[in-house]
Design a protein around this ligand. Structure first.
Ligand code: 3IX
Ligand code: FAD
Length: 664
């Protein structure tokens, strides 16, 4: 056994709690752990799902492998293994997915859309076809010229009463659809968001089913120009695409008409609120943070913490042995708070998923009164989590020194996967501003008219009592800060507008404070949700203590990073800030011996991370060497390019050196 493996073994012997029990808490119960492991094993054991490591493949190979595997998974594995939406297996299905996948927009964005925008007949027509991969459909909303400002979208769907068709057109280059996943190569249909025009009148954005490729030849249909947008920062396996449509005709029935309809005579009938058009985005904002950001940070923590426990560099005691870098307080200060972020955002996110499910049940009964609250919450939660996880993964990557820059560490892949979560499904700043709008409105309301999650905004500020680092007091600081920040930002908007600025100008001039206030609001939500979870969870004392420490660390780390805010608002004194700083350092020291145990509890398989630094056995150096040998550049002992371009000068060098030798 290598020295490094031995070090990791010793770390595990020193853990003071049951790793298996923490895994159960993380998964949502013992039964969930069993189900997850069963799903992971079925996928892991299947030889069809084996591929070379992604860092040894070209983009084309990665796209091909991911498509091959995903077609196999969605056609052959899901049903066979009882993995269907609503089942426990489905909840844990992400943990079993290959490291790269395609067809995600088809499965994860289009299918939910057809369910929320389609009438019963339309769902009956399109759902079985798409579930069986008989059609592949992308979600084509963003255009080359517009992504955030949806009222600015330019693609048009004009009703032709004569033929009972819609004519789809992208009037300018900037109007072509750009970015949608699965669109460049795989899709033969697109759910196109286009401006509906009937009898010369514009009715705004509506969803249309548009066939873009021939079903037998897969060739683009007349009027359709479609392709892959090219190499990106990451997502190499995914065919994000462009789609330029010129006079593409679709039948009238292809307007997804659950919420609005165009009758054969051209009458436009609105059946539900326009805002439900945005429902598919709320759905993804609620559901994607876990698999696309939180689990990504959890993997980065697993890699960085295991590696830091075996990487020895420098001395703590002069004259002593070299220490594992995890023993440095500064390394702990980088990495252990990231673990706290993983836990806080995961348990807060579960609360939002439950709230969203309750909203959907009410909506089915015609009640959408909670729409504004769930929109505000999901928008700011997606923004905050994506930001925290992206920053966290980069901290983990840099904490691994030089090896963190190598693809073999798995960290660049994780970083390039988490970074676009700040942009897709709503650019973060734009989403924060949406929530700000809601908060400013709420700040003017009476308590009786507000949902519970927002009541603190209008309630009197309470003073903390007792131990300043207790979870209750930390929760109170976050609430007080959020309330004061929202009130201050609202006040600024009002003052600007009272001075004579138009409302939109007053809003823009206050937008820095508005986004700041929204961040304060969502952090208080996340902290509060995590603290409530920790209080209520049923588990042993030792596991509870780990969770309490992580929760406290999450709060303290955040406060210490922006203590200026708490001081400015009079929530904390300089004395409090000193106590908070020392309390954080003490918690790092306390959690250090359990750090490897806490990441082990995530229970990621080695194959789900493809990391030479983060594998369970800690054999980092052998793995790095083995992976380097697999580099396509090492296929031959002499690479043709170096031979071809360098040889003349090397020969010169040889003659000089050999001449020098003969003179000696
Ligand atoms: C087989 C496995 C599948 C499992 C799937 C499970 C999970 C899925 C997981 C993973 C999926 C994985 C990976 C996904 C990878 C990539 C996906 C990327 C997909 C995309 O990337 S896809 C494009 C998304 N692209 C956007 O995201 C555009 C952002 N841009 C907007 O979203 C709007 O354009 C906005 C908000 C800026 C409009 O701003 P605006 O100021 O112009 O507003 P507007 O006048 O239009 O709205 C007036 C009133 O509507 C309210 N309102 C607005 N939005 C609402 C909403 N959502 N719900 C309820 N109410 C809403 C307002 O609050 C206002 O209310 P009020 O007047 O009362 O204040
Ligand atoms: C990997 C990936 C996958 C994607 N998949 C899909 C998909 O499947 N389907 C799809 O339709 N789209 C998809 N998209 C597109 C994505 O949804 C958009 O890129 C996103 O919504 C942001 O819009 P934008 O690009 O227009 O950014 P812009 O809005 O142009 O943002 C540029 C800058 O302007 C700022 N800004 C914009 N508006 C305001 C404002 N009102 N106030 C202050 N600042 C503002 C932003 O904060 C940002 O800093 C994907 C994108 C990526 C990167």
């Amino acid at each position: 056994m290598s020295i490094e493996s031995n070090l990791l073994k010793k770390e595990r012997q020193n853990v003071t709690f049951s790793v298996e029990e923490l895994t159960n808490v993380w998964d949502g119960g013992k039964e969930d752990t069993e189900i997850r492991r069963k799903v992971v094993k079925v996928f892991g054991d299947d030889p069809v799902l084996k591929s070379p490591p992604i860092c040894t493949m070209t983009r084309e190979e990665r796209y091909t492998e991911a498509t091959r595997k995903c077609v196999y998974i969605f056609r052959n594995m899901l049903q066979k293994n009882g993995i269907y939406p609503g089942s426990k297996e489905f909840e844990h299905f992400w943990n079993a997915m290959p490291i790269e996948y395609t067809l995600l927009i088809h499965m994860g964005a289009f299918i939910p859309c057809i369910m929320s925008f389609g009438s019963e007949e339309q769902v009956a027509k399109w759902l079985p076809l798409s579930a069986n991969l008989n059609i592949i459909c992308t979600y084509a909303q963003t255009e080359l010229g517009h992504g955030s400002f949806l009222r600015g979208l330019e693609t048009e769907a004009t009703f032709d009463r004569e033929t009972q068709e819609f004519v789809i057109n992208c009037p300018k280059v900037s109007s072509m659809k750009w970015w949608p996943g699965d669109m460049g190569l795989n899709a033969n249909h697109a759910l196109v968001m286009a401006n509906l025009i009937v009898g010369g009148k514009k009715y705004g954005m509506h969803p249309f089913m548009v066939q873009i490729r021939d079903l037998s030849t897969h060739m683009p249909l007349p009027g359709v120009t479609v392709g892959d947008i090219g190499s990106k920062m990451g997502f190499e396996a995914i065919d994000n695409g462009f789609l330029y449509m010129k006079n593409v005709r679709i039948p009238r029935e292809n307007l997804l008409n659950k919420n609005s309809e165009v009758k054969p005579d051209g009458t436009y009938v609105k059946k539900a609120s326009d805002r439900l058009m945005y429902g598919s985005m709320v759905n993804l904002r609620v559901n994607l943070p876990k698999s696309q950001a939180i689990d990504v940070l959890a993997k980065a923590c697993t890699i960085a913490i295991r590696y830091s426990a075996v990487r020895r560099q420098g001395l703590l005691n002069p004259g002593g042995a070299e220490v594992a870098v995890l023993d440095y307080t500064l390394q702990q200060h980088k990495l252990i708070p990231q673990l706290a972020t993983v836990y806080a955002t995961k348990f807060a996110g579960e609360g939002i998923i439950k709230k969203h499910q309750a909203f959907l049940q009410n909506m089915a009964k015609g009640n959408i009164s909670d729409l504004a609250e769930i929109h505000a919450l999901s928008a700011s939660f997606k923004a905050s989590v994506s930001e925290q996880c992206t920053e966290g993964v980069e901290v983990c990557r840099r904490a691994c020194g030089g090896h963190g820059y190598s693809q073999a560490s798995g960290l660049p892949h994780l970083l390039s996967k988490v970074t676009p979560t700040c942009t897709y499904e709503g650019e973060n700043t734009v989403l924060y501003l949406q929530t700000a709008r809601y908060l400013v409105k709420c700040a003017k309301e009476k308590a009786a008219d507000l949902p519970e999650s927002i009541l603190f905004l209008v309630q009197p500020i309470q003073n903390a009592r007792g131990n300043i680092t207790s979870l209750d007091n930390l929760a109170l600081y976050f609430k007080n800060r959020a309330a004061l920040c929202v009130q201050a930002a609202s006040k600024k908007v009002n003052q600007m507008s009272n001075k004579g600025l138009a409302m939109h100008e007053a809003w823009d001039k206050s937008s820095v404070q508005l986004v700041h206030a929204t961040k304060a609001y969502v952090i208080q939500y996340i902290f509060d949700a995590f603290a409530s979870f920790v209080k209520e969870v049923k588990c042993s004392k030792s596991v509870k203590e780990i969770l309490e420490d992580l929760c406290c660390l999450y709060g303290l780390h955040y406060i210490n990073n922006c203590s200026g805010d708490f001081l400015k608002l009079g929530i904390l004194t300089a004395h409090h800030c000193n106590i908070a700083e020392e309390a954080e350092i003490a918690l790092l020291e306390k959690l250090r011996p359990n750090a490897v145990g806490i990441v082990d509890a995530f229970d990621f398989t080695d194959s789900s991370m493809e990391s030479c630094l983060g594998a369970y056995d800690g054999n980092v150096y052998e793995r790095l060497f083995d992976m380097a040998k697999l580099s396509p550049l090492n296929k031959e002992p002499v690479h043709q390019a170096s031979y071809k371009y360098l040889r003349p000068y090397l020969l010169e060098g040889r003659d000089i050196l050999e001449g020098a030798k003969s003179k000696l």
